[in-house]
Design a protein around this ligand. Structure first.
Ligand code: URA
Length: 200
């Protein structure tokens, strides 16, 4: 059995050489970077966003723009350190004009996220926004119909991989959705505090 880093490196390579598609073409044309994910590969918490924005595609790291600043603030207010967390996205190349990733793009990229979850084996997966919530709840919690983010945020869902590895999913609002909405920013903080209490 290869160690975690070696296994992740091989998944990273599959991302670099992913089947040609619109997002990969845009990556090549714009000299964008694929955004694989970063952080502690032994983390108990994994955060899963939707897809990289322009900043992320330029620097190759998840949540390094405006949404990332909000995420970092909320994490530190809740007493969590980003360096102890693993952060990634469902789709790992930037969609044009920050449009939502299409179902076929989610289907193409999500197996890479599945491998990251199997390798890292987090105890808690935080989904940010509707798209990552819907994917994770369907794939790992057997929920074909995703609840609304307004009703599901901050709740705990039991999840299980095909190999029988269990973890808890906690959906949260996407940081970008909290830029002009004080209430959802407060919820993001409260939900993050809940994750801290789940860990202790
Ligand atoms: N939004 C996301 O969903 N992911 C990122 O990495 C950045 C912004």
């Amino acid at each position: 059995m290869f160690d975690k880093q070696t296994q992740l490196d091989s998944v990273h390579l599959s991302l670099i050489h992913i089947t040609d598609n619109e997002l990969k073409c845009l990556r090549m044309e714009n000299k964008y970077l694929p955004v694989f994910g970063e952080g502690d590969i032994n983390a108990r918490i994994m955060i899963v966003g939707e897809a990289p924005g322009k900043n992320e595609a330029e620097c190759g790291k998840p949540f390094c723009g405006k949404s990332g600043k909000i995420l970092d603030d909320v994490l530190s207010q809740a007493g969590l350190d980003r360096s102890n967390i693993y952060i990634t996205n469902v789709v790992k190349d930037r969609p044009p004009q920050n449009r939502d990733p299409r179902p076929d793009e989610i289907e193409l990229y999500a197996p890479l996220l599945d491998r990251q979850i199997e390798i890292i084996q987090p105890k808690i997966v935080i989904t940010l926004g509707r798209i990552s919530m819907a994917y994770i709840l369907k794939r790992y919690c057997g929920l074909d119909e995703a609840p609304t983010i307004t009703s599901a945020h901050g709740q705990e869902f039991n999840a299980c991989t095909h190999d029988g590895i269990t973890f808890t999913v906690v959906p949260m609002f996407h940081p970008a959705a909290t830029i002009y909405n004080k209430e959802s920013r407060k919820s993001l903080y409260t939900d993050m505090k809940k994750v801290v209490s789940l860990l202790s």
